[in-house]
Design a binder for this molecule. Structure first.
Ligand SMILES: C[S@@+](CC[C@H](N)C(=O)[O-])C[C@H]1O[C@@H](n2cnc3c(N)ncnc32)[C@H](O)[C@@H]1O
Length: 280
């Protein structure tokens, strides 16, 4: 009971995301997400699925599956050599993708430090294969550009990149988001990709979002619907130097991967997934 009443911190959403992926491995294709499971998160998730939306396991599994398959495809076509994951949390792409890929994982310092320790421990115990991963601690609400640019440049050189930003923009302001996309523009070159996940404004009218808000208010901190950023298609359609080449959501991915939808639209937090290619 005491655990139940404890407030969670925003970064603990990273545990939640990974645990959802572990709940349906055949859908997410993430066989390592289960390493992050723990009893506190599981208790939290049980309540979340009950009070917010029971579809959340599958929305998270499909998000992982979409980006995983997309990146795999680019690697196969020799279009991507470095994966840069902004707000990487506890996602496990490095271990699900070809061993030759270089990974740059960026998140708040306490998250990357914790992840690095855990990964090294699991590698020593032969639970995870070795991979080329660089962890960088950054807070997107602070000034990070100059230092991060030189760190990324020294790792990637002139190599082709895929930038992933998923499960993060909801928690950022529009200015922080604009700054990030400007930064992506600085580090990428023609032919590089961005994969981004975000919600649209219409989500705020759903019962599922109202449920989410009251759940967060009770469990995380007092917030209003204006504290959560939504992004329209038009934003992605007008990013300088980039072309929107694919757009999916939970419903289209469910069709693609033959996932049965159990809830009505009202009770689903439908996330949108965008793929951008730098064309200049
Ligand atoms: C819901 S988790 C998603 C993690 C991962 N992208 C995934 O899909 O598994 C959100 C992540 O965004 C990170 N994040 C949120 N705000 C941030 C900020 N201002 N600076 C850096 N990271 C941030 C959190 O620490 C957390 O790891």
């Amino acid at each position: 009971m005491t655990e139940k009443r404890e407030h969670i911190k925003i970064h603990e959403t990273a545990f939640v995301t990974s645990t959802f992926r572990a709940f349906d491995e055949s859908l997410s294709q993430d066989s390592f997400a289960k390493l992050w499971q723990n009893s506190k998160t599981e208790q939290w998730i049980k309540e979340y699925l009950d009070k917010v939306s029971s579809e959340e396991t599958y929305t998270h599994c499909l998000r992982n599956r979409y980006f995983l398959d997309t990146i795999k495809n680019f690697i196969q076509n020799q279009e991507v050599e470095v994966l840069i994951n902004f707000g990487s949390g506890f996602s496990m792409y490095p271990f699900l993708l070809n061993e030759n890929l270089i990974h740059i994982e960026i998140d708040k310092p306490e998250i990357v430090d914790y992840k690095k320790d855990k990964i090294q421990k699991w590698q020593k115990e032969n639970m995870l294969p070795n991979r080329n991963i660089h962890f960088i601690g950054v807070d997107f609400s602070k000034s990070y550009q100059e230092k991060l640019l030189s760190e990324i440049e020294s790792i990637k050189g002139n190599k082709s990149t895929f930038i992933l930003i998923e499960g993060v923009l909801f928690f950022l302001t529009r200015k922080e988001t604009n700054d990030l996309f400007d930064f992506f523009n600085t580090i990428q070159k023609k032919g590089d990709y961005i994969g981004s996940a975000s919600f649209q404004e219409t989500i705020k009218k759903t019962k599922a979002f109202q449920n989410l808000l009251s759940f967060f208010n009770q469990k995380v901190s007092k917030t209003s619907q204006d504290d959560y950023q939504t992004i329209e298609d038009q934003y992605y359609e007008s990013i300088h130097n980039y072309k929107l080449i694919d757009h999916q959501d939970y419903f289209s991915l469910s069709k693609k991967y033959k996932n049965t939808i159990n809830q009505s639209k009202e009770l689903i937090l439908n996330e949108n997934f965008y793929l951008l290619k730098r064309d200049k």
